[in-house]
Design a protein around this ligand. Structure first.
Ligand SMILES: [Zn+2]
Length: 223
């Protein structure tokens, strides 16, 4: 993951609450605006911000596609200034700013859809964080900035691809095995297990549980 230049052009902001629009344009700028300026950000808040950014994208999905699942990654791939490239690389995903095309390239290994969707979304979060990692991941009390950045990217991807409200809805109508849920949301069973744990819906093995006490980092709350 590297950058060779800084993108400078500001894109128009999207408007979130416009029900009925067939297509809702989104921009990196609007999602980045969810990071509070000039504030010291704790690790917990950094993850909460990742969750808010994921929620904003899910809101756009709802405006465009209603409650249809799985969540379409076209919300991300349709963003101007992003280009997705298939490669033979071993890494699931990587990204770079291309000075010639003035686009972010997201390079993805040829993997199955669940892994590909997760890698795409994970890399997209790194692009959202571009230029802000020093502010977002300065809290080294729990882990290093690099580790926290990776955790936030995973958290963003999981929350975007498996939104809490729809995971809960699926759970409540009896879709409870990790296999069924993974198929419904088109993610790996590993992601489903994490989300069930984060949301307190299950202990993580697909069985109902009264345990809602995730670790602080798996259930962040804004402070
Ligand atoms: Zn990463």
């Amino acid at each position: 993951m590297y950058y060779s230049a800084t993108p400078s052009k500001t894109l128009p902001k999207f408007r979130r609450h416009q029900p009925g629009l067939p297509r809702v344009p989104i921009t990196l700028t609007a999602l980045r605006a969810l990071v509070p300026a000039n504030t010291r950000i704790t690790a917990t808040t950094a993850l909460a911000i990742a969750g808010k950014q994921a929620d904003a994208l899910v809101g756009l999905h709802a405006a465009r596609d209603g409650s249809r699942l799985p969540i379409s990654e076209s919300l991300i791939t349709g963003i101007r200034r992003l280009r997705v490239i298939d490669t033979d690389q071993r890494l699931p995903g990587s990204h770079a700013w291309n000075t010639t095309t003035r686009q972010f390239n997201i390079e993805l290994a040829k993997t199955e859809a669940p892994e590909r969707r997760f890698a795409l979304t994970h890399e997209f979060k790194h692009i959202l964080d571009y230029g802000r990692t020093a502010q977002l991941y300065a809290d080294s009390s729990i882990m290093s900035a690099a580790e926290l950045s990776e955790l936030a990217a995973d958290f963003f991807a999981a929350n975007f691809l498996v939104p809490t409200q729809w995971l809960t809805a699926a759970w409540n109508v009896g879709t409870r095995t990790t296999k069924e849920l993974a198929r419904l949301f088109l993610v790996s069973e590993h992601v489903i297990r994490d989300r069930l744990e984060q949301t307190g819906l299950a202990s993580g093995d697909g069985s109902p549980s009264s345990n809602t006490n995730g670790t602080e980092l798996s259930s962040p709350t804004p402070k």
